[in-house]
Design a protein around this ligand. Structure first.
Ligand code: G3I
Length: 385
């Protein structure tokens, strides 16, 4: 393995060449709430188990998984996990367990699930994922504590005093973080707090608590679990632009003020039809220069359907450029994709006519993007053969 800090000139050239060749696709359109009818119905019983897959998955042990290749390259390869799929789909479960070394709950650590009523916490589903991760020796990314989406109905505007909102936010952070203390490596403490123009997003939290709520959330989170790495997570901050500049300035300010924040999450919801940010690497590096960790937290690369070989190749290029940039920055330690199979992806429900954004299709066939990631990881970890 090349420890990432000492990646040799040869690797840099190889990876940079890959990156340069594949500067396609980027995120422009914004994630929004999917239509309800596009989401898998909940309530499938049974505990998470990893059974042998029945269809369509490579089981040849000589073929290295993303996880194995990532380990050699000193990079956690992560995936967002939907609990319904984990319970009901053996192929999904097998891939989640074997291809990835890090898991993120796609939904079950969000406020509406974990504190559906004030002060009444429910960690049933999140605990199942933590157990799954322990069983398979995986780390867990916590997602997410402070967000304006997927709030329970009791958290509404104009209902409480400012002091009460403050207490509500603190109690939520305390309740959730203390439950998972020691089990979560990285927490997305604050999610999507900026607009595209670099202003703070106009959310319930901003309106009720004022701009200090972000620093306060980090300070409080650190008190509850001082060992967890605390992240700010957002989309469209992968390249240098008004939004990522604002996030960067926030980190500089936080560092100057002693606010405990250790990482930036680049969600990386890309689309092959938009120009890929050519300054992705420079953007990662400027955060790294502040001694901030970088994680790619929600990677997917969507396209207009139907897929064809050219689009699949463009998608492979975008995934690969993202991974190469991460591998070139020593502080980029986690590369997480936002799902396993297109069968369950959030994309078609939000972006009409689009899809095919993940590494496996609906029938669990791998795509060129999967091969591209494996190739690049193999280069980065190649001295161990
Ligand atoms: O939990 C309810 C369930 O009770 C109900 O029966 C069912 C019926 O439709 O809906 C369920 O809730 C859905 C939830 O996913 C769980 O499946 C919501 O309607 C649906 O809106 C929600 O979508 C999630 C979305 O965040 C919400 O904003 C997606 O699965 C999830 O992939 C997506 O993830 C976000 C990241 O957290 C933050 N970054 C953007 C990313 C994509 O939007």
């Amino acid at each position: 393995m090349w420890p990432k800090k000492s990646i040799t000139a040869g690797v840099v050239t190889a990876l940079a060449a890959t990156t340069a060749l594949t500067l396609v696709g980027s995120a422009q359109a914004q994630p929004t709430t999917p239509r309800a009818d596009q989401v898998t119905a909940p309530g499938v019983p049974a505990q998470a188990r990893t059974a042998a897959p029945k269809v369509g998955v490579r089981t040849d042990p000589s073929v290295k998984t993303l996880r194995q290749l990532g380990d050699r390259a000193d990079l956690k390869m992560g995936v967002a996990v939907g609990m319904d799929q984990l319970h009901s789909d053996a192929t999904y479960r097998h891939l989640a367990a074997t291809q990835f070394s890090s898991v993120t709950p796609e939904n079950v650590m969000k406020w509406e699930v974990t504190e559906p009523q004030q002060g009444k916490f429910d960690f049933t589903q999140a605990d199942q994922l933590v157990r799954f991760a322990k069983k398979h020796h995986q780390i867990v990314r916590g997602h997410t504590l402070v967000w304006h989406n997927q709030l329970p109905t009791w958290v509404t505007e104009g209902t409480f005093t400012r002091a009460q909102y403050r207490q509500i936010l603190r109690a939520h952070i305390r309740g959730e973080m203390s439950h998972f203390k020691g089990d979560i490596n990285e927490w997305d403490v604050v999610n999507e707090a900026f607009d595209e123009d670099g202003k703070l997003r106009d959310t319930l939290w901003l309106r009720e608590l004022g701009p200090g709520y972000i620093a306060e959330a980090f300070r409080y989170a650190h008190k509850i679990d001082p060992k967890a790495k605390l992240f700010y997570n957002d989309y469209n901050i992968e390249g240098v632009n008004a939004k990522s500049n604002a996030v960067y300035q926030m980190f500089r300010q936080f560092k100057a003020d002693g606010v405990p924040v250790q990482g930036v999450g680049l969600q990386s919801h890309f689309d092959i039809q938009y120009p890929y940010p050519p300054d992705l690497l420079a953007n990662m590096q400027r955060f790294a220069d502040l001694k901030v960790r970088i994680s790619v937290t929600e990677a997917d690369v969507r396209m207009d359907l139907p897929v064809d070989p050219t689009k699949a190749q463009a998608q492979a290029g975008a995934y690969d450029a993202l991974l190469s940039s991460c591998l070139l920055v020593a502080r980029c330690k986690n590369f997480t994709v936002w799902g396993i199979s297109d069968k369950y992806s959030w994309i078609p429900g939000v972006f009409e006519g689009q899809g095919s954004a993940l590494l496996w299709d609906e029938n669990y066939q791998t795509k060129p993007a999967y091969d591209a990631l494996r190739r690049t990881l193999a280069i980065a970890g190649s001295d161990r053969g």
